[in-house]
Design a protein around this ligand. Sequence first.
Ligand code: CO
Length: 148
Amino acid sequence: MLTNLEHLGLAVRDLAAATDLYTRLLGQPPYKSEHVASEAVDTVFFQIGGSKIELLAGTGPESAITKFLEKKPEGIHHVAFEVDDIEAEMARLRAEGFVLLTETPKRGADNKLVCFVHPKSAGGVLVELCQTADLTDSTDSADTGLRP
Ligand code: CO
């Protein structure tokens, strides 16, 4: 089941400028920055109570964030819900008629297994399911950690 609104993903063009802006807006620095090579994105995370803000900047033309910003202004890119069993939630959503972007969970940022729901089947919102996982041996995701 869905257990928490885990984070909002915000697409930004200039990650350093956005990090500065959100540091001032939220009154606290980010707790983590991470490059996700498989998604061609750089990310920065802020913790707000039980939820997070994830800033995302594309690192190449193949990045979904780069493509998003070719069509849309900066702002909310996706809404992420924490789940306790991502495979079970994917099966439940498939049975409900939602279109999932991948057949199996994939490695996301911040030690998560993730799966996205197509916005065309979810009211125009890109929905992410994420489950905390120990991905410390991940080879496609380098943690550049602002803090341990
Ligand atoms: Co996300």
